[in-house]
Design a protein around this ligand. Sequence first.
Ligand code: F6R
Ligand code: MN
Length: 199
Amino acid sequence: MPALSDLSFRVDLSSGTIAGAPTMVRKLSDLAGSFADRRALDAALHKGDPTVYSVASVQPADDAGQLHYGLGRLMPGKIGDEYFLTKGHVHRRREAAEVYIGLKGRGLLLLENLETGAAAMLELSQQSVVYVPSATAHRTVNIGSEPLVYIGVYPADAGHDYETIAKENFHHVIVERNGAPALIARKKYLEELNRMREE
Ligand code: F6R
Ligand code: MN
């Protein structure tokens, strides 16, 4: 654990960085398995491979009882009707919860409880805080026109399970419908896409 005097970090909301903290970047090509509309994704990748989001992480100590946090910065954009999103994960230690604090921009958190199958989209914007309970997969989406910036605070021993999500993806998508975000079952959305393309 660093000295007490070294535990304050300066957060830069416009660049999404934290002085002294490592930043991880995910590009559109890293999210190939995340978006529902493969054809729209291929068309977008043909034009380029932009950064979709970054996370600057502060991890002062790793033992149980400690906390880690990450500053996320998710760009605005869409693939087909689906808003730009994070890969999403469930915590490896299923009971580990998390608190998301919105700092800038307009976003939503997609939550899916792995045990009950319940799903919801919750506001994540400046002035909103979302509690992510145990055993709940979570993915951030940007529904605005500027970068969405937020902080997630989670137990140091939570761990990140991306494989469970990679296998089946989330069972819901957040897409734009009549100018507003809608939560739709992935299966139904894919059926709609196929039907539209057969016509
Ligand atoms: C940490 C957490 C967030 C995410 C960030 C990026 O537990 O939930 O800090 O890490 O929103 O999303 P992923 O990790 O899904 O790529
Ligand atoms: Mn998390």
